[in-house]
Structure formats: structure tokens, C-alpha cells
Design a protein around this ligand. Sequence first.
Ligand code: BG6
Length: 473
Amino acid sequence: MEKAIFTDSGQVTPTIFIICGVTGDLAQRKLLPALLSLYVKKLLPHKFKIVGFSRREFSDQDFRLFLREEMHINHNVYRPEDIHRFLNNIVYQQGQFDISTAYENLAKKLLHIDEVEFKQCSNKLFHLSVAPSFYETILGHLSNSGLTIPCGGNLGWTRILVEKPFGNDIETAKKLDILLGTLFKEEQIFRIDHYFAKEALQNILAFRFSNSLFEPLWNNKYIDCVHIQLLEKIGIEGRGTFYDSVGALKDVGQNHILAMLALLAMDKPDAFDAQSIRKKRANVLKNLLPINKNICDSVVRAQYIGYSEESGVLANSTTETYFQLKTFIDTKVWKGVPFYLESGKALNENRAEISIYFKDTTGKDKTNVLSLRIQPDEAIKIRFWIKKPGFDMETEAKTLSFHYKDFHSTDSIPDAYERVLYDAIIGDQTLFTSTDEVKYAWRFITPIIDMWKTTPLYKYKKGSRGPDSTDQS
Ligand code: BG6
């Protein structure tokens, strides 16, 4: 899709971006910096406003001062006048999420902006930047107060951005989906899994379907196994209460890791549009073989030493901060190919990567490996074998590689949240999770969680490669 650039003369309908929970970490760390970047790149509608909605008391002026302190702004990148102009587009509305007058006041504020500033009905994009336990309350009030109804018939749209986790298991996900479905049409709902918006992940489809070299090998005849890893050096970063109730499998396994798996394994879509791509991604998740027997053979779960002393974490917590799963996709193309999924916190490296191991046809353990590095140092690498110079027929492994950093700086990689917000404004749902994907991901994960507690919980040292299976708690 050709991307729109919203220049000063752009005719795009004015848009108000409403952030519920604007004083929180996500808004300060990701959403507002992404909006600032889009603003400076002129990738926001010319008439654009941000309304922060939260519980604390602020005047607009005090809120902007708060943002100057709290918002993650890279001052080496932006000119002070751009930051100043951006902040002037932000206003604040105080309100308790469970009180209906708060939404009436919010509605008045939005109407005032439309009537006095824009002099027309504007698009409304709501982002729930709050703990999932508030979703039901906020969605209900947004609906009751009429805020979810577009103000001008076909003129302005209303969309809602929801962050993962979408529910806590298959039942709660279903409940959330029903609630969303009663308040919004599917084309208004944008479920964020920011991994889809990572540049190197978007490249998977381009790489697979633009190079005839690889696609014929993309099946169980040639591929021996696939490893998908999301390894992090950071721990739980002050999110103890949330993380302890979730754990690694739900935090990143149910979403980011399965997003990588789906893109890697999906069939070629009939067209490269949102509907066709999401359908093929969902089909992969639908065909994941359930892990319900011999779970101990397929699962490793572990916790880093010192986790239970983190603030917000229960002293006797058995929440995992690391997992490894072995799973299979029950389709003709992938039957018998193990997919190893691994993620952990407080490890010795930061790396998100997919490695495809091809079958060794030499009988000499000479595997070709194709690695798709998602972050950091986004890259594609191929390990192949060559003859070493000399009189003997000895071979040695070499690597062909491409690094995104070799692109010119003008092609710098947009942050995933920039892409997410931009696509929500232009209404492209390709990089958002569909209701089927959510359903099938939970259908796969929920039985594992149900059996979780019967599997051993290994321990590992912070900053290590992960658990040593002999080091059981
Ligand atoms: C979030 C998880 O969804 O993804 C975090 O809640 C995790 O625990 C993060 O650290 C990883 O995302 P990224 O973009 O930093 O790789």
C-alpha cells in the first residue's frame, strides 16, 4: 500500500488521539515518543490533537511540563522548537475510569476541539494504555457515553487500539472479544502485537515470497527444525505485580513468539492485503499440535534466582521468567518439523531471532542455517560450506550476510510503535492481530498453562544463558 504523507495541505480528516492512562509507562516510553517522531516526519494528519485521559489532576500547562520530564525524548534527534510545537498539540482531561461523569467530561472536551479548533467532526483513535483489568470498565463507559459513535456519519471514524494480553486464557479472551464485538465493528478494532510492526519481521514475507531461491525449500522435505528466540537481558523492570500474574509464556509466548512463528510458517496469501495475510497467519496457529501429553518432554520452564525478591512479586512465586517449548504444525507442509520456541528475562544477551536449520544431505553434519535476526542489528545470514583452499577436500563454514544498518541513514528503521499508530490512522489492519489469531493462540497456550504447575521449575542465574536442567528448585 502506498503510504500517505500528511503535508500541510493534506486533506485528511482531523484526528484526535485519546490515550486512556496517559501518565503510565507505556505512554511515556512508547506511544508519545512514537507520535513525536511521526509528527516531525509529517506522518500525522495536519490537524491533530492528543488528549491525555488519566486519574491525576493536571492543567494542560502542568501536564506538558510533566511530559517534558517523563516522556522519553531523544534530545539529540529533535529540535527544541519541534518538541515545543508537538507538546502544544497535547491537552489533558482528568477522570476516574469507573465514573461516568469522567466520560461525559471527556466527550465535552472532544466536542469542543471539533467545534472550536477543527470546525468539523474529527476521527477519534482511542488507546487503552491501562492494565487489562480496566478494559471492561473503560470500554463499557466509552460506549455508554456515546464516545464510540463516529460524530459525522461517514465523515469521521472511531477506532480503538487494544494492547496485548488480550485476555488471560481462552475464556477471558473470548469474553473480551465478545465485549469488543458488541461495541465495535471488526474494522474498528486494532489489537496491537508490536512485534508484527518490527521492520525485520515485516520483511519475512517479502524475503520469502520475492526470492524464488528459498520458497521451494520452505517445507518438511528440506527443513530439519526451526528455532524462534526472544532473549532479553532486562529483568522485569519494576513491573513485578503485572509480570508475576502473567509469566513469560503469556507475556511474550502467546503473542510475540507466535507472531514470528505464524509469519515464518504461513502459506502464500492469495493477495498481500490485511484479510488474506491475517487468514494465513491464523491458519498456522489453528494447526499447532496441542501439547497435552508428555508435557515434560516438550516444555522447560524456569525462573531467575532473585526473582521472588523483586518488588511486587510474591515471596514464594512459581511464575516462570523463562520457557522453552517444542511444538509441531500439523499440516502437509510442516508435518514432523519441530519448532523450538524460547524466551527469557535476565539472560546473558538481547536477541530476537529465527533460525532455520536445513536438512544435512552430506551425512557429515554440514547443516545450512538461515538466520533472520529481528533485533538488535537486524540482519539475514546464511551459513554455507566451501572448500578450504589447499590440496585436501576439506570444507569450512562461511556466512553470507545482509545487515539493515547497511541501508542509508535516510532509510532508518521506524520504531514498531510508530508503525502501529500510523497504520491505525490510515486504517490498515495487516500488522494487527485478528480475532481468529487471538483465539487459536490461546487455544494452544491455555492447556499448557493448565499443566504448567506439574512441570518442574528450574532456576538460573541472572545474566546466564538460562537454566541448566540439572539445577532444579
Ligand atoms: C512486551 C513484554 O510485550 O514485549 C515485555 O510485555 C518485553 O516483557 C517486550 O520485554 C519485548 O519487546 P521488545 O520490543 O523490547 O523486544
